[in-house]
Design a protein around this ligand. Structure first.
Ligand SMILES: Cc1cc2nc3c(=O)[nH]c(=O)nc-3n(C[C@H](O)[C@H](O)[C@H](O)COP(=O)(O)O)c2cc1C
Length: 190
């Protein structure tokens, strides 16, 4: 896939073919992309927890918040949930702050997932206390993001932000997800 096409295709996806198994080896390949990505002062303070089996996935899912703008939707229903997760952690023994490292790592992982025919979503709305408990994460680590991954089961279209400036994504009657993006002329200011 041409790089721009890969970036366009890499949309936040929240409904999946849950029965599509993602092997741990695939998740390891994705984390390898994060491992090779830029890191402030090259400290490389990020660590990862992988989840791909049903029981672990089921413990992670209820601790995540989905699509705040879709007010009448509480998240993917059984059968459409992610089939894997990558939890991004900051190792406080290496650094007290993590800057933009987790964002860069997340993008590398999601681009790699898109190239593999998968899709995903960065999740920041996390019940961190409960996730620490359920995964046995010690105080050494700060939970930064969870990446939800799976085989996509939704169509997503990029739209232009209209004159009203509304940037909220929406879902139409056919279930197509629409995500408004500002124009190039709006974002380049000089
Ligand atoms: C830092 C960050 C945190 C996010 N947290 C959530 C989240 O908690 N739940 C969710 O459903 N989507 C989350 N998203 C996905 C955004 O809603 C999504 O990126 C946005 O709607 C634009 O869609 P796009 O990624 O397809 O361009 C997050 C994205 C980013 C970059």
């Amino acid at each position: 896939m041409e790089f721009k096409e890969l970036v366009r295709a890499n949309r936040s996806c929240r409904r999946f073919h849950q029965d599509h198994k993602i092997e741990l080896e695939s998740l390891r390949e994705l984390v390898d992309l994060a491992r090779l990505s830029a890191s402030g002062s090259n400290k490389q303070p990020l660590k990862y927890i992988l989840a791909s089996e049903t029981e672990r996935n089921a413990r992670i899912f209820p601790l995540l918040g989905w699509a705040a703008y879709l007010k009448d939707w509480t998240g993917p229903s059984e059968g459409e949930r992610p089939s894997a997760y990558i939890v991004i952690l900051g190792d406080k023994n290496i650094s007290q702050t993590f800057g933009v490292d987790p964002g860069i790592a997340a993008q590398s992982i999601l681009l790699g997932a898109t190239e593999k025919g998968l899709a995903g979503c960065i999740i920041a709305t996390i019940n961190k206390d409960k996730l620490s408990q359920t995964l046995g994460i010690s105080d050494q680590f700060e939970i930064l993001y969870v990446l939800a991954l799976g085989k996509p089961k939704e169509t997503i279209r990029i739209e232009s932000v209209g004159a009203d400036g509304n940037i909220r994504y929406w879902r139409d009657e056919q279930g197509v997800h629409h995500v408004p993006k500002r124009s190039l002329d709006e974002v380049i200011i000089g």
